[in-house]
Design a protein around this ligand. Structure first.
Ligand SMILES: [Zn+2]
Length: 144
């Protein structure tokens, strides 16, 4: 098994390498990034505390607003690019554009938010972020 030293701590134990791509793909499919079997979500964007299949602890995930930012970026590029392409190729009224792009924006945003959050949790898990490596993720002292 390949191990890698993460965060450069001299006396920290080496950890097995976790495939970021595989973990993010499993998360995108709303499955446990560790085993790929258990469900990652118990509600729309509420992750499970522990994987039902392998027991991996997901209370450490801190995706926060990042999945929303990624979803906005993806949907914005698709909708804006699609709008501009259609606008240059066809002569459509504003009402037709509204009828196409507003529902597409809403549907894509709802459809992508959960898979994108799963991928972000997979990214955090694969990189041992936020306690996925076993240590506590304490905030930095402010120095005040
Ligand atoms: Zn699992």
């Amino acid at each position: 098994m390949t191990t890698v030293q993460i965060f450069g701590e001299g006396n920290a134990p080496a950890r097995p390498v976790r495939s970021v791509g595989r973990a993010m793909w499993r998360g995108f499919r709303c499955r446990c990034p560790n085993c790929g079997e258990g469900k990652l979500f118990r509600a729309f964007v509420k992750s499970v505390d522990h994987c039902a299949a392998c027991g991996e602890d997901y209370t450490h995930q801190q995706a926060d607003d990042f999945p929303a930012y990624i979803t906005i970026t993806i949907v914005g590029h698709v909708v804006l690019g699609g709008f501009l392409a259609v606008e240059t190729l066809f002569l459509l009224s504003n009402w037709v554009h509204l009828a196409i792009w507003v529902p597409l924006t809403i549907i894509m945003s709802i459809a992508l938010l959960q898979p994108v959050k799963g991928a972000i949790i997979g990214l955090q898990w694969a990189n041992y972020m936020h306690g996925f490596g076993g240590e506590h993720d304490e905030p930095e002292p402010s120095g005040q």
